[in-house]
Structures are given as C-alpha cells and as structure tokens.
Design a protein around this ligand. Sequence first.
Ligand SMILES: C[S@@+](CC[C@H](N)C(=O)[O-])C[C@H]1O[C@@H](n2cnc3c(N)ncnc32)[C@H](O)[C@@H]1O
Length: 159
Amino acid sequence: MAPTRFKFILSPPFSCDTMEEKFTINYDSNLDKILLVGEGDFSFALSLARKFGTAKDMVATSLDSIVDVHTMSVHQGLQWNYFNLIVFNYPHAGFTYRECDPQQIELHKKLVRAFFRSAKFMIKRSGLIHVTHKRGYPFSEWKIKELALLEGLIFIREE
Ligand SMILES: C[S@@+](CC[C@H](N)C(=O)[O-])C[C@H]1O[C@@H](n2cnc3c(N)ncnc32)[C@H](O)[C@@H]1O
C-alpha cells in the first residue's frame, strides 16, 4: 500500500522506532545551514539537534515565533541568510472550512506556494526544499508539485 504521506527529496525506506526518527534519519549533519519553518512544538527540531549532536547551524521557526512563510525572506533575523535545506513539515492553513472544501484547499495551496516563493530566495544554489505532506484525498488536491513548478522550482523526488 502507498504510504500516507510523502516528502519531496528523500532517500529509500527505513525502519525505526519513533516518528521523529523517521523524519530525521535521512538528514545529513554535514549540511551547514538548515531552516525549519512552521514548526509546531519544535519536536522535529529537537530530534534533528539530538541526531546531529548540535543545533548550531539550525534555525527553527514557527508562526508563533513570528516567522510567516509569506514574509520570511525579508524577516529581520533571516534576511541575507542562505540555507542548504529549508523544511516545512505538514503545512496547514488552519480550519476555516472543511478539509475537503475547495475554498480550504485554496487556502492551503496559497500557503504552500507562498512558502516556495519565499524559500527560493533563501536557498543556496545547490540547496533543497522539503515538504512533508499527506498523500491521500483531499490533500492530494493541493497539487504540491505543480505549486513548486509554478514557483520555478525543480522537483527532484518524493518518497
Ligand atoms: C499541521 S501543523 C504542522 C506543525 C509541524 N510542522 C509538524 O510537522 O508537527 C501546520 C503548521 O503550519 C503553521 N503555519 C500555518 N500558516 C503558516 C504561515 N503563514 N507561516 C508559517 N507557518 C504557518 C502552523 O502554525 C502549524 O504549526
């Protein structure tokens, strides 16, 4: 059966104990600068830092920490910083309408496209942008790959 979520640009399947480990196992501690956006409780950031043994080159942000993906490229604390990897796990624009309502889907698409638009100004030339996302309906209607293309990004792979 197809996995229920996908992530752009990741390596082959693996098995491990916790969800955080699942997400972090493919990340490379040699990457010198990582930006995490839309973090919830920062558990992903914590897992990565534990795995790497440091959070020295990681910037972890949330909407609550006033880093909005629409404006992050001009955020005072981030401007003129360029990252090897920018990650948005499970973007979600909130619950204005029902999840399968076209208006709600449009809100999600606007959020993800804004993320891509901002991220492309913050990524190093050979950098990567990761989005983790649920695969099934109605999430499939977000058409994330198309949004990335519209922002001029090159799709590498999904897992
Ligand atoms: C489903 S939660 C995922 C949280 C976390 N990334 C995770 O994987 O557990 C969606 C996240 O998107 C964030 N978000 C929504 N709109 C945003 C925006 N405009 N800029 C940054 N983050 C946003 C929310 O604050 C929330 O943390």
